[in-house]
Each structure stands twice: as structure tokens, then as C-alpha cells.
Design a binder for this molecule. Sequence first.
Ligand code: AP5
Length: 213
Amino acid sequence: MKIIMLGAPGAGKGTQAKMISDKYNIPHISTGDIFRANIKEGTELGKKAKTYMDAGALVPDELVVDLVVDRVAKDDCANGYVLDGFPRTIPQAKALDEALAKNGVKIDFAIDVEVPDENIINRMSGRRACVECGATYHIKYAPTKVENVCDRCGNELILRDDDKPETVKKRLDVYHEQTQPLIDYYNEAGILAEVDGTKDMMDVFGDITELLK
Ligand code: AP5
């Protein structure tokens, strides 16, 4: 099963993608996590990506597309994958479709997690992330057992630089301009599924698993 997660920043794409990955035993591929790991390791890609990410802008398509196309060609993706944060522009979506078509493969579902902008800023300021293992929490909706310590790996949690309210506003503008058109793109392709992301996390996941049946 090949799945794309769509939705505004903070809509819960990552939260749902991790649950889908665990349930269906397919890799969770998050371009945001890949960039953050590169920033942490101080790679050239990380240095380039950081300037865009800190400004709430998108990393240029040419830095993203090959990375994802190579990743989905790996053996562990043979039975499917869940893409989280990619594609984010129409050129990225077209590049992915073209690369997959060379192997006669298609995306099965594009799941749009819908959350209005007014809910997003509140969610983002409460998010805490583990840069070590990529786990995500929320101080109110998904708290850790010990405050500010990752349940999964024991590392200290951070508020992402791009989760500050002024950057979140910019990310929402970028989302509406460049990423939202993908909803029409996948609707026309007949693979769009929409879920109400304002529900409780487990209810959203229940709706998604119904769709995937
Ligand atoms: P990325 O890391 O992909 O960020 P994003 O898309 O903005 O999404 P987020 O990770 O912020 O949110 P999410 O929807 O995954 O929500 P989450 O599950 O964490 O990208 C970061 C940056 O990298 C981009 O701005 C860009 O610069 C660059 N980039 C990445 N990919 C790129 C690409 N393809 N092209 C170009 N540039 C790219 O949930 C949010 C919070 O809410 C959490 O605290 C969570 O616990 C909580 N929550 C989740 N669900 C619920 C719920 N149902 N109820 C209550 N709380 C909930």
C-alpha cells in the first residue's frame, strides 16, 4: 500500500503516518525528519535545508525529489510506504508520478488530514519533538510519561525552531499557496481521501483504517 499524507503543518500527518507505518508494517518516510537528521549531522544538505526551514519556506524541489525517489526504490518499500511531507508542490507530485510510472507503480491513497488554521497555532506551540528518534508529543494531547523526556529513547525533547507562532503563520501561507493545490491534483487522480483531523488522534486513525480497508 502506497500512501501520501496531505494536510497543513501540524494537522497530524506525522502522528497518523507513524500509526499507519506500525499497523501495516510499511516504512514511514518523512522529508521533514530526513532534513532534521541532516541538520543534526551537519551535512551539506542539512545546511542548505536549514535556511529555508527556519524561515518557514519550502526547501527547493531539486533538493527533495531525488532524495525521495531514491528512498522509495529501496527494498524495504517493496510492499508500500507512507510518505509524510512529500509531495508538497505540484512539480514534486508530477516528478514522483513519473518516477513511479517507469516501474508501472502508482500511489494508492492520498489522505488529507483536515484541520482549520485556527487550531494549528495552538497545536504547534504545544508540540514537543525528539530530534534523536523523531517521536512527536504534545504537552496537552499526547504528553510524555516524564516531562520533556522522550518515552521511546529517553532523549530530551525540544520545541522545533519552526514551531514558533510567527514561523507557523508563514508555513500556513506557504501551505495554502503551494501545497493545497495537491488536493485537487489527487482528487482528479481519483485517489483522494479526506479525514477530519480535529477529532481525537485515535478517532482520526480509526477513520483512516476504515478508508484503507
Ligand atoms: P515537516 O516536518 O514535514 O513539517 P510539516 O508538514 O509542517 O508538518 P509538521 O511535522 O509540522 O506537522 P504534522 O502534520 O506532521 O503534525 P504532527 O503529527 O507532528 O517539514 C518541516 C519543514 O521541512 C517544512 O516547513 C519545509 O521547510 C521542509 N520540507 C519538508 N518536506 C519538504 C518538501 N517535500 N518540500 C520542500 N520542503 C520540505 O502533529 C502536530 C502536533 O499536534 C503534535 O504535537 C501532535 O501530538 C498533535 N496532534 C496530532 N494529532 C492531533 C489530534 N488529532 N488532536 C490533538 N493534537 C494532535
